[in-house]
Design a protein around this ligand. Structure first.
Ligand SMILES: [Ca+2]
Ligand SMILES: [Ca+2]
Length: 355
């Protein structure tokens, strides 16, 4: 499936399953007089109104005076198999945890087609309400989020609240349950600095310089603000990243969020420019555990989309050491300790030719 579908290609499957008749509550719980078959019966069945829900939200983080739990109302776009964010549906102060979040009953306009079922699916997040207006605004940091999604299933009567566990970037069926248990938010843990290093294994090729190049730059896109590009004098190497990259190096990724994707290289300065150029000869790529090594800078998320991607892939705001697992899949965040024992090699890393 396309990596751009961040939230739920699986939704249709789940809601289809939920829509099975045996999963629905009785259609007319207010009509119990089943023996009364007189035509013209004046008994009017009592139709329960749609109900809201209350859910306890917890977090592996502290609350705060500016923090709020937000719920985003969504719609499902069957054409793109994607979720569209409609509006912040409710927002609740989170001075400490747990927080009891009351979800008002959806109005008719809030109900949309969720594949073969109708309802309202909500995404949950914790944000810093910097301007104190009680809603999430542009640039306000996302602090935590979750794949647990309170979802109202419209059965035409009073509806049913369930808690879907979304598989945000995969294609597995999410689990579900009635909305009685709480929701656990997972907070981001910023990593503004990263040390990495290792040794070279480049055979007869003698690299002249080591650099940290962007994947886009290696593909020919002009880039400015290279992080490192230094003469190599032999022996082990070590780098320290202690600042964000130049903003121009942060570009939309295949996961529909913006990151900088950098890779360490050893190269021969073929054109003698004193810096890496696209025609220079790369003789060593970063390798860890037989996988191409990379560095992903994930900016502090300020949108729900970015927060969900970071949550799903495991990116923390700041520098993330990663191992590529194939061009079609998200790089996997690895233990920072593994980034201390890289091998820069031209041949020892399957998949590096994909660069
Ligand atoms: Ca605000
Ligand atoms: Ca050069």
């Amino acid at each position: 499936m396309s990596r751009s579908i961040v939230v739920l290609a699986v939704l249709g499957l789940t809601l289809t399953a939920c829509g099975k008749s045996e999963d629905k509550p009785a259609k007319d719980p207010g009509t119990t007089d089943t023996e009364d078959t007189d035509i013209g019966d004046t008994d009017v069945p009592t139709i329960p109104e749609r109900a809201g829900a209350s859910v306890a939200v917890n977090c592996d983080c502290s609350g705060g005076p500016d923090l709020r739990v937000g719920l985003m109302l969504t719609e499902y776009d069957a054409e793109t198999d994607d979720v569209v964010y409609v509006r912040e549906y409710t927002s609740t102060a989170a001075p400490s945890f747990p927080v009891d979040v009351a979800i008002p009953a959806p109005e008719d306009d809030d109900i949309s087609s969720l594949d073969e079922f109708s309802g309202a699916l909500f995404l949950v997040y914790l944000y810093e309400d910097l301007d104190g207006d009680g809603v999430h605004g542009t640039g306000e940091p996302m602090v935590a989020t979750t794949a647990s999604s309170p979802t109202f299933l419209d059965d035409g009567v009073s509806g049913l609240w369930v808690l879907l566990e979304l598989d945000l970037i995969g294609d597995e069926d999410p689990g579900q349950g009635l909305l009685f248990s709480g929701i656990d938010l997972t907070a981001f843990s910023p990593t503004p600095t990263l040390d990495f290093g290792g040794t070279l294994d480049v055979g007869a090729d003698t690299p002249e310089r080591l650099a940290i190049a962007s994947l886009a730059g290696l593909a020919g896109t002009p880039m400015t603000g290279r992080l490192h590009d230094d003469v190599y004098t032999g022996g082990p190497f070590a780098f320290n990243l202690d600042a964000p990259p130049d903003p121009s190096r942060i570009t939309e990724s295949e996961l529909t969020t913006e990151v900088a994707y950098e890779v360490p290289i050893a190269y021969i300065d073929t054109d003698g420019s004193g810096a890496y150029d696209v025609d220079d000869e790369v003789v060593g790529w970063g390798c860890t555990d037989d996988r191409p090594f990379g560095l992903i800078y994930f900016p502090q998320p300020v949108t729900l989309q970015a927060a969900l991607v970071g949550y799903a892939v495991g990116y923390q705001p700041g520098w993330n050491p990663v191992a590529a697992v194939g061009l079609e899949e998200a790089p996997e965040v690895i233990d920072p300790a593994a980034a201390q024992s890289l091998v820069l090699s031209a041949t020892a890393c399957p998949g590096v030719d994909d660069y």
